[in-house]
Each structure stands twice: as C-alpha cells, then as structure tokens.
Design a protein around this ligand. Structure first.
Ligand SMILES: [Zn+2]
Length: 143
C-alpha cells in the first residue's frame, strides 16, 4: 500500500497508517467526514473513503493508491486511516487532525445535526494566506 502510493504520487514523501478509534468508529456508520473547522479544511482538505478490502493485499494497495493523488487523508472503512505528506511531520499532523475531526463529528452527531462548513467557506479557508503559510511551515520543518 505504501509503495504503490509513493509510486503513484511523487509529491508524497511520507505516509502514516494508523487505526484510530474515532476514525474507525465513524467509518462504521458514515460515508463522509464533512468540513467542520478551519484546521481540517486548510491542513487536510477533502477526506476520502476507501471501501473495506482485506488488509495486506494488492487489492488494498490498488484501492488506496488510486485515491492518493486526490486526497491527503483516506479513511479505510472498517480498518483505519492513511495520511500523506511532504514529510513525516505533515503526514502525522494530518492523522491527528482527521482523528480529532472524527471525534468532534461523532460527539456533535450524538447531540444533533452538526453545522458543517459550506463549499464556499472551505474555499475561503484554502485561499487564506495565513493558512498557506502554516502549511508551508509544516512542510519545511524537518521530520
Ligand atoms: Zn492497518
């Protein structure tokens, strides 16, 4: 899975694969993780989903590598999470933000219907110079 992803997208210099509790729990119930707050939108972007396939197989490597150009974070349904980055720090930070997002979403869903950011609000966040600077900082820091 890692090797296939590195081959598909040369921009990827690091991959983190984990099994975070809230992210897995979310994947059991929901088919999406909407944009909820600025850090998520700016540092991770649209989060992709990969339907369950048997771990450690070529099928999983194919399914993940087919989406790593489009997403920096992929939730593996009934399995875990894959995040990518220009270095290990960026990939790991994305893992933290996705897990926090999943946690926030699950808590909010338990209380009612969460307000999510609109596509326009997401674009506004992505166009902020201050957010671009933060992303640049993450990418420049040594792992
Ligand atoms: Zn795994």
């Amino acid at each position: 899975m890692h090797l296939y992803s590195y081959r598909v997208n040369p921009d990827i210099q690091a991959i983190v694969h984990t099994h975070p509790a809230y992210t897995i729990a979310l994947s059991l119930v929901f088919d999406e993780l909407p944009h909820l707050f600025p850090d998520q939108s700016a540092l991770v972007g649209d989060i992709g989903f990969v339907p369950y396939v048997l771990p450690t197989t070529k099928q999983l490597a194919d399914a993940v590598s087919a989406k790593v150009e489009e997403h920096t974070a992929l939730i593996l349904v009934n399995h875990g999470l894959v995040t990518t980055g220009k270095n290990l720090r960026e990939a790991y930070y994305r893992t933290q933000v996705v897990e926090e997002s999943a946690k926030v979403y699950m808590i909010a869903k338990a209380a009612g219907e969460p307000k999510v950011l609109t596509a326009e609000e997401y674009k506004e966040i992505q166009s902020l110079e201050s957010e671009a600077y933060r992303v640049q900082l993450l990418q420049q820091l040594k792992s």
